[in-house]
Design a protein around this ligand. Sequence first.
Ligand code: MUC
Ligand code: MG
Length: 369
Amino acid sequence: MIQQIETILVDVPTIRPHKLSVATMNTQTLVLVRIQCADGITGWGEATTIGGLNYGEESPESIKTNIDTHIAPLLIGMEASQVAQAMAKIRKIIQGNRFAKCAIETALLDAQARRLNIPLSELLGGRVRQALPVAWTLASGDTAKDIAEAEKMLELRRHRIFKLKIGARAVADDVAHVLAIKKALGDTVSVRVDVNQAWSEMDAINGIAALEAGGIDLIEQPVKAHQHQALARLSSRFAVATMADEALHGPLDAYHLATQHAADVYAVKITQSGGLIPAMQVATVAQLAGISLYGGTMLEGGIGTAASAHVFSTFTDLAYGTELFGPLLLTEEILREPLVYQDFMLQVPDTPGLGVEPDLEKLDFMRRK
Ligand code: MUC
Ligand code: MG
């Protein structure tokens, strides 16, 4: 039986300012959910977002309030092992709130996988890989600093895929910044850009032409999320792959974008999709439509990152790898044992449930009071 649901906010400084076209992050607010069951099993989930309300329509505070006030009371007393029934109830009664739903589903599935004594990936149908390629985002805002940071990551054998955040400056300035980094790093690394919706279609035509000529591998969300047709025109105009991120709010968007041939690649995010099962449905639609997959992040800490890793480990096609580096952007580790990053890959945890244990004393000390 589901006995208690608690939401916890934890503000953690980032290792450096992280500059996106929509926000500059100096702190990340982790939104954690703990579900306690009558059989003594506890499950954890995470609903972390980026930049308060700058990126999405759920803020850390609204997620906490909506879970505490509206979602938890619907679940208390329900059978904890009936995860699908619990989620069907929430999805029927609660509108929107995809991040909150994702955290709840993660915690219920974590608890159930622990109950069955299997890794979460096996409850989701089974992993096809033990480790996931991980990109790093260069977003200091400074070309020389970004190059030095990338060189350090290559030396540490931690990342050889780099995503650059652009869109805040003039197109020509952004293009010069990206191509300088690509030139410095050479052809053995993959350099990609994320515009976070900042460009008009005309900006995108000019920007993508120059980036494609300079050997950039992937153009993420160049135009506004709702401009599916503009994204489709850019995808057919250019050979370089285009990726949908903010345009994808779950399986229905995945289906609509596929029917419009709007993107070559989908950034699958468990929170944006509204949960682990909907994220897998997004991936299924993509695979049926011949769209490649990328494992996205909302810069979660260890819990959301582990949940994402379990989901992405089940994808047969993961042509563009993942960006599950969230915990590495934070100054504090909230897990007792950090996730393992080695040889450019994140190891998918293989102990029961999510396979990670939050550090409870540290959380008690750090949580917002
Ligand atoms: C996004 O839009 O993809 C992922 C990596 C990063 O640096 O920001 C996020 C959000
Ligand atoms: Mg993105």
